[in-house]
Every structure is written in C-alpha cells, then in structure tokens.
Design a protein around this ligand. Structure first.
Ligand SMILES: [Zn+2]
Length: 238
C-alpha cells in the first residue's frame, strides 16, 4: 500500500511539473489603429479581445498568480500568470478589469517612464498595487542589459527596484528583461540586486526549472482564445 501511495504521489508530482504554468505576455490593451507603426500594432491587444481571454481563463478554471506563487511550483491548483510590459497607461484599465473578476496580473514598469505621456502615473501604480496587482521592474530606461557596463547594469536593476518599492511600499521581487535580452552576466546582476525571478521573451511554459529564465506565451493582436488554448496545450506537451 505504501509503495502504491508512493507511485501515486510520484505520478501526481511528475504530472503537475509536466503541465507547468503558462505565462502570458501582453503589452498594450488598446484597439490598434491605422496610424500605428507595425511594431505598436503587433504589441496591442484590444479590450474586447482581452476580455475574451479572461472569459476563457475563467472557463478553464485557472487561478491567476503572482511571481511569488510561481516560484512555489508545483502548484496544487491550475495556475496561469498574466504579465504586462512597459507600464503603458492602458494597463490601469487592464488592472481594473482583472480586479473586477478577482484576478491578478504582474505589471513590469520602467521607473523613468512613470508619469510620461502614454504611461502610467504614480497614483495609478499605487492604486494598482492596492488592487492586489504585482508591480515588477522593467529597469529604469529599457536598455539592452547585455550591452551595459557592470556598474550601469547594477544601476538599471537596483535603482528601478528601489524607486518602485519606495512608490508602492511593497517589495519588488520580479524583473522582466527589456526586449527579452539577457545573458549569464545579466542574470548574476539580477540576483545580486535582490530579484527572485525574471521573465524572458523565450517561448514556452514555465515548469519550475530556472526562475531567471521564465518563458512566455506572446500575445499578438490576432491571438484568439482558440490560439491561446492551442499555445497553452503545445507548451504543456513540449
Ligand atoms: Zn519592454
């Protein structure tokens, strides 16, 4: 019986690890328009489409998690993490939509962009944090971290963390590498600056292997819920 229980427990743990946690990467939650550059259009997801994704997430009975929970993988509940890059002003509305549904998201912010045109203000970020959203760092100025001197690299990582923490009175533990650019030196500097995880733009589903190489499912303006389901399943089956 004990052996049998061990087998069952072992099978459960393996099964939970194998499925992993999908981490979705959003940029702007806005309807793209004709005057947008191709890049901006590609980084947009309309509010309608975003709501459809949230409907699907609810229907699939996922719980939305923060980076701290992600590190506790394998998780006993079916989990998904929603992330939003660049601190764009549309993220305030996205956070409100999540909050109305009892969901959470992780918002990666460049500290130098706060309060500038098209970006979140200080009071919006404070309110989002109070809604239960996680605020993460996307560095100070969004540089390619691999190209910086060691001193400058530490400033980008440590200063953004400090500035955001001072704003929300909460620890800022997670980082998203700007443009997904990182190497071993960047990872070492992130660890030294006190982060506990970092999100990449590498494709995949997080299976608990390396918290400084968290992979993503990238959301495009054309990503339907059917695409989302397919990408999540594909990640699961890798
Ligand atoms: Zn970015």
């Amino acid at each position: 019986m004990l052996v049998l229980r061990g087998v069952i427990l072992g099978a459960f743990v393996v099964c939970t690890f194998a499925s992993g946690v999908p981490v979705l990467m959003y940029h702007e939650i806005r309807t793209p328009n004709i005057s947008d550059t191709a890049l901006r259009r590609d980084l947009s997801c309309s509010p309608d489409q975003f709501n459809q994704h949230l409907d699907w997430i609810e229907k699939q009975e996922y719980i939305t998690i923060t980076s701290g929970q992600l590190l506790r993988i394998p998780l006993s509940k079916k989990s998904i993490m929603l992330t939003f890059d660049d601190g764009r002003k549309s993220h305030y509305e996205a956070a409100s939509l999540l909050h109305q549904r009892g969901m959470v998201g992780v918002f990666y912010i460049n500290s130098a962009s706060i309060g500038t045109p098209e970006h979140l203000t200080r009071s919006q970020i404070i309110e989002m944090s109070r809604m239960g959203m996680e605020i993460g760092s996307h560095t100070v100025t969004h540089p390619d971290l691999r190209r910086l001197s060691r001193a400058r690299l530490l400033v980008e990582l440590a200063t953004s963390k400090k500035q955001l923490q001072r704003l929300i009175y909460q620890p800022v533990n997670s980082l998203a590498y700007p443009s997904g650019a990182y190497d071993q030196g960047v990872i070492s500097a992130a660890i030294r600056s006190g982060y506990t995880s970092a999100r990449t733009t590498d494709r995949g589903v997080f299976k608990g292997r390396d918290p400084f190489r968290v992979p993503v499912i990238r959301i495009h303006p054309t990503t339907t819920t059917r695409d989302l389901a397919r990408m999540v399943m594909k990640g699961y089956n890798k």
